[in-house]
Write a protein that binds this ligand. Structure first.
Ligand SMILES: CC(=O)SCCNC(=O)CCNC(=O)[C@H](O)C(C)(C)COP(=O)(O)OP(=O)(O)OC[C@H]1O[C@@H](n2cnc3c(N)ncnc32)[C@H](O)[C@@H]1OP(=O)(O)O
Ligand SMILES: CC(C)C(=O)C(=O)O
Length: 497
């Protein structure tokens, strides 16, 4: 395997072609900056031919003066290259039809016409100092002899490289290997694979094995239809299995989260690298194994992609996992008690409920008969929203003190959070997760708010339910803080400060 493989990110072009996605100039600029920081070699910023709005988003990317080569998609027409020049990109992907149906039925030309215009357009682009990649669209369904002819026409005219495109994601790894092997005899080859058969990564790796040295990919695999090869998946596969470093893998989770937020395309929990469950373990046998050896049930450390491991309690929990979860809260129990706690944890899990830290600690108190005094308690909450600025005030008991504070925010929950922060002003805490579910229908629905709070390197997951979302949110946060703040000094500051 060539260890000089590089990545071309097309999240801002093919990724944005996912139905319903439209990135603002700011979003494109933020994603491009992080891709650049991660070390992606080429960033396809969009298709300048799409219209003036798209060109404005691309302008924001080219203005960033990134290390990466910034490019635009163009059809096989000179006007598209002129539009790309207008947004000041470093390079273009000149996309020409290559399969019979694309040549004849879609573009309505001939093979000779394609070869001729490819050469002319490449010359035009290179005359304007552009880096040029010629792409034979639908290349995986094209006659391979013709695909080679297009590549040769482009390379002879001065193109930098040619891309093998599995436009409809239909190819097999064997065919990708054969096609790229043949094309590689004429110069540098890129690979562009789609996931319609779930083979995007396999076909990208087969292409690389055959000599491709630039992989087109999108963050989270978003793109046309079933999407493209996911950048984070191909990067981690190359690093883990072939010792090939393409990007700073520690940035991969940040990239995934940024793109999921910007596009609104939510990641499935079991998504490789960046899904919620990619480094979460619930089953007792796995958790026990992980506690004995961190590589037992993970191929690589979550930190390698900028993440942390989660041990989760539920129906499949065992003694080792429960003991470890209790230890995180500095709680140790006798063996008999542990067995009973595990049984109760499994009971909650069997009801299909997430077992939170508060559940675990409440069960433990019940089983051991050890009562624990609360450190932090919500005594009172008032919140108001409407036409004015949403505002809230809270009254908390923090150790022996009573604290009253108020805040304003973007909504009543945000205002109440600010009030809690104000009341606990010297306590640094972070909300790692916040999730709301309506558990009954209608406008009088009871909602459950799940939060994961962090104080330093300790976390607590807590759930609270109420018909009032603000009340449930504040109760969950305060319960979490109650579990995390040290009993001997929950306030962080003297009471009269
Ligand atoms: C596999 C891929 O991802 S390809 C990239 C897909 N990206 C896009 O489509 C970008 C967004 N597209 C757009 O904004 C519009 O389609 C535009 C501005 C490019 C063109 O809009 P319109 O002029 O209204 O054309 P329309 O979208 O109806 O049809 C596409 C035209 O491009 C032509 N075309 C398609 N591919 C190519 C190509 N590789 N080379 C030259 N012409 C091409 C088609 O033949 C058709 O031309 P026709 O109108 O003369 O038949
Ligand atoms: C423009 C080309 C590379 C493309 O997106 C495809 O073929 O899928």
């Amino acid at each position: 395997m060539d260890d000089d493989v590089q990545l071309l990110d097309t999240t801002l072009r093919d990724g944005e072609q996912a139905p319903g996605v439209s990135l603002s100039p700011e979003q494109k600029a933020e994603i491009a900056s992080l891709l650049d920081e991660a070390g992606v070699s080429v960033i396809e910023a969009g298709s300048a031919c799409t219209g003036p709005g798209e060109r404005r988003t691309m302008d924001r990317v080219t203005d960033l003066d990134l290390d990466a080569t910034v490019t635009s998609f163009t059809r096989g027409v000179q006007h598209d290259i002129d539009l790309a020049l207008d947004v000041d990109v470093d390079g273009v992907h000149i996309v020409v039809p290559s399969s019979d149906r694309h040549v004849e039925d879609k573009v309505g030309t001939t093979k000779e016409g394609v070869l001729e215009s490819t050469a002319e357009l490449v010359e035009y682009a290179t005359d304007h100092d552009l880096w040029v990649e010629v792409i034979g669209e639908d290349g995986s369904r094209a006659d391979l002899d013709f695909l080679e002819e297009i590549m040769v026409a482009g390379m002879d005219a001065g193109a930098d490289r040619f891309a093998f495109a599995d436009t409809v994601g239909h190819t097999s790894p064997e065919h990708a290997y054969e096609a790229v092997s043949r094309l590689s005899q004429h110069g540098p080859v890129s690979t562009h694979t789609h996931d319609d058969l779930g083979l995007a990564v396999t076909n990208a790796l087969a292409s690389i094995a055959a000599g491709a040295d630039l992989v087109h990919a999108t963050v989270n695999g978003i793109g046309e239809r079933a999407g493209n090869v996911a950048l984070e998946e191909v990067a981690i596969a190359l690093w883990h299995n072939y010792d090939v470093e393409t990007v700073d893998t520690e940035q991969l989770y940040r990239l995934s989260s940024l793109v999921a937020d910007a596009t609104g395309i939510v990641l499935p929990p079991n998504k490789a690298v960046s899904g919620d469950n990619a480094f979460a373990h619930e089953s007792g046998i796995h958790t026990d194994g992980m506690l004995k050896d961190e590589r037992m049930y993970e191929p690589y450390a979550p930190e390698a992609v900028g993440r942390e491991r989660r041990l989760v309690l539920g129906k499949h929990a065992g003694r080792a996992g429960v003991e470890a979860a209790l230890a995180e809260h500095d709680v140790t129990v006798e063996d008999d008690d542990l067995a009973e706690i595990v049984a109760k944890v499994k009971e909650i899990g069997e009801r299909g409920r997430r077992v939170t830290d508060t559940d675990l600690l409440a069960i433990t108190e019940d089983v051991t008969g050890r009562d624990r005094e609360r450190n932090v308690e919500l005594l009172d909450l008032t919140a108001a929203s409407g036409n004015g600025t949403p505002a809230a005030s809270v009254r908390l008991r923090v150790g022996d003190d009573e604290r009253t504070a108020s805040g304003t925010g973007s909504g009543p929950v945000d205002a109440a959070m600010k009030a809690v922060r104000e009341a606990l002003r010297n306590v640094e805490f972070r909300l790692d997760e916040y999730h709301v579910d309506a558990i009954t229908g209608g406008t009088d629905a009871v909602v459950t708010v799940d939060v994961t709070l962090r104080v330093g390197d300790r976390t607590a997951s807590v759930a609270a339910s109420d018909a009032d979302i603000t009340q449930a949110s504040v109760e969950a946060i305060v319960d979490g803080l109650d579990r995390l703040l040290p009993a001997d000094d929950p306030t962080g500051v003297p009471a009269d400060d």
